[in-house]
Ligand binder design. Structure first.
Ligand code: SF4
Length: 400
């Protein structure tokens, strides 16, 4: 178990209890926690509170479809332009019938947010029908090269077959190819070629991720080495990282990355390194201009295309209960930057929301990457993530 005093404990609690648990350039949520597919390399098999629901056949309901829509509606960290993920801690194929119910409730509540259902196996026809019926719904899938050898039971050829069903919706489906490891990189080009032949024009590629919360970091890293999944350098980085959740995230060494980019070029597909670049470029998502309290230079080119809501920063700080704020402005890299000082720390969740609605790069002088127990109380008081009462009570019990 993780100690209550650890920085990030708030996020650790949300991860196990709340439908919406994290806000980055998307708001991440799940109707059910868990996934019966159970890929060996899944990060949620490296976190003590999620381990019981991955690859075991057991799932935990976090919300009814109606409650999920209400959570989105009640969350102050989700705007009318946000993209909300379903299947962030699992896979949206665990609850295909809940998705239309959720979307119908969202419509009744007048929500204009977009939803992105993440599914590894995209084969069945429900995906096509839902894409046709709901303009606000997008789908996303990850294809792992040499899936079986790499540790996913969903074969890559079946995923490609599934994508054939949805070629009428090229602009409503995002495809990630990954995790790419030294052992499966030779299969990447074949996948890209098939995608191109089907009519797809772009895709993302991903590196490897290793995490550990409440489990021995060393054991998680050793398991990934055994799977042939990480290089010795990535293993070292994972072991030395001060981060609890991610030791390494979406990491690719530079030679592998260059090789993948060449493959995209040779095949004639547009490559995206990060999902934020893809969402801004294709789905007009107002992506925040910072990450980890620094200007995110990889996003600036893509962000130029996006129309931001340009809401007033100081009013938004009041809306989130940061009444004591002080803001200093500057211009850097051709964008507006706000240095925001507050008594209660600004977390990555909050900076991402503010960045989305203001179009300004937010640098917090009192910054915490993820909420500790005190900041989590502020989240609950101001309904940052629209947590339903039952989950709220469970979280409060663990906080007091
Ligand atoms: S399909 Fe996704 S969520 Fe499910 S086990 Fe595999 S990586 Fe994890």
């Amino acid at each position: 178990m993780v100690s209550i005093d650890k920085v990030g404990y708030g996020e650790y609690l949300l991860l196990a209890e709340a439908p919406m648990f994290k806000r980055r350039y998307t708001a991440n949520g799940d109707i059910m926690l868990g996934c019966t597919i159970g890929c060996d390399f899944c990060i949620y098999r490296m976190i003590d509170t999620t381990i019981p629901y991955f690859g075991t056949g057991e799932l935990k309901r976090l919300a009814t479809p109606e409650e999920f829509a209400e959570s989105v509606s009640n969350s102050r960290l989700i705007s009318e332009r946000s993209l909300v993920i379903m299947g962030a801690r699992g896979d949206a194929s665990m609850y295909p019938n809940d998705i239309p119910k959720m979307l119908n409730t969202a419509e009744k509540l007048g929500l204009t947010t977009k939803f992105l259902a993440l599914r590894r196996a995209i084969l069945d026809k429900t995906v096509k029908h839902q894409l046709a019926d709901y303009p606000q719904l997008y789908y996303g899938t990850t294809i792992t090269p040499k899936a079986i050898e790499t540790g996913s039971p969903v074969p890559d050829y079946l995923q490609l077959k599934g994508l054939q069903n949805v070629t009428d919706f090229l602009n409503k489906v995002s495809i990630e190819v990954g995790p790419v490891t030294p052992n499966n990189i030779d299969a990447v080009k074949g996948i890209l070629k098939e995608l191109k032949d089907m009519g797809w024009e772009k895709a993302m590629y991903r590196g490897v991720t290793v995490g550990s919360w409440g489990v021995e970091r060393k054991e998680a890293v050793e398991k990934m080495i055994k799977l042939g999944f990480i290089t010795p350098e990535q293993a070292k980085q994972a072991l030395e990282s001060p981060e609890y959740f991610y030791g390494v995230k979406n990491n690719l060494d530079s030679l592998m990355e260059k090789a993948i980019q060449n493959m995209f070029e040779e095949v004639g597909l547009k490559a995206y390194r990060y999902a934020g670049q893809f969402y801004a470029d294709n789905w007009d998502l107002p992506v925040p201009l910072t990450r980890r309290n620094k200007i995110r230079s990889d996003i600036l080119e893509y962000a130029k295309k996006v129309q931001y809501p340009n809401k007033d920063l100081e009013q938004q700080l009041d809306y989130l209960g940061y009444y004591d704020h002080d803001v200093k402005w500057s211009n850097e890299h051709g964008i507006r930057v706000a240095y925001v000082n507050t008594k209660i720390p600004i977390t990555e969740d909050v900076a991402m929301y503010l960045g989305e609605v203001t179009g300004v790069a937010i640098i917090a002088t009192n910054y915490l990457h993820s909420p500790n127990k005190e900041v989590l109380k502020h989240y609950l008081k101001y309904s940052f993530l629209g947590i339903p009462e039952r989950a709220k009570k469970n979280i409060m019990r663990k906080l007091n």
